[in-house]
Design a protein around this ligand. Structure first.
Ligand code: 4NP
Length: 164
């Protein structure tokens, strides 16, 4: 597939806990990128520190698996300033995550290396553009299904945006 020169070679997906939305997005993005023939580093992290070292939430694992996404080996970590030097593009699942990431980015003073571009995960999505991927943590099964539906749509939109 011919792709734009501006296509990132690394993408970091970020939510609050890194146990529900962003690990799901990591696997969906990885699979969609592979199908599109894009060679890209894909990872995920959380703005919070409560779940560092934990596997994804069991409900997220179960719903992801039902759609063909195996996330049970992923391990939660917290986003850091280094991520802005290590990734080309950092995508926030919701507006609060975006604000928290922007303040980390604003605090980076030593900027000899180009810092990651920051955007909302839904930004390119013709269906869900500008929306949050809603936090499913206190929700029911439908909330986890909605997360998958929105992530599949918005990940596809990013990949489409990189095609020539
Ligand atoms: P996530 O969901 O940000 O999609 O991983 C959450 C997971 C944990 C918490 C909140 C949201 N928490 O408050 O512990």
């Amino acid at each position: 597939m011919p792709i734009k020169a501006s296509t990132p070679s690394s993408v970091l997906l970020v939510c609050l806990g890194n146990i529900c939305r962003s690990p799901t997005a990591e696997e969906i993005f990885r699979q969609q990128a592979a199908i599109a023939g894009l060679s890209m580093k894909v990872d995920s992290a959380g703005t919070g520190d409560w779940h560092i070292g934990h596997a994804p939430d069991e409900r997220a694992q179960r719903h992801a698996k039902a759609h063909g996404y195996n996330i049970n080996k992923l391990v939660a970590r917290q986003v850091s300033a280094d991520d802005f030097r290590d990734f080309d593009l950092i995508l926030a699942m919701d507006a609060q995550n975006l604000a928290d990431l922007q303040s980390i980015k604003n605090g980076i003073t030593n900027t000899d290396k180009k810092l990651a571009k920051l955007a909302l995960f839904s930004e390119e999505d013709p269906t869900y553009g500008g929306d949050d991927v809603p936090d499913p943590y206190t929700g029911d099964g439908d909330a986890f299904e909605e997360v998958i539906e929105r992530i599949e749509s918005s990940a596809q939109a990013w990949i489409e945006s990189w095609k020539i």
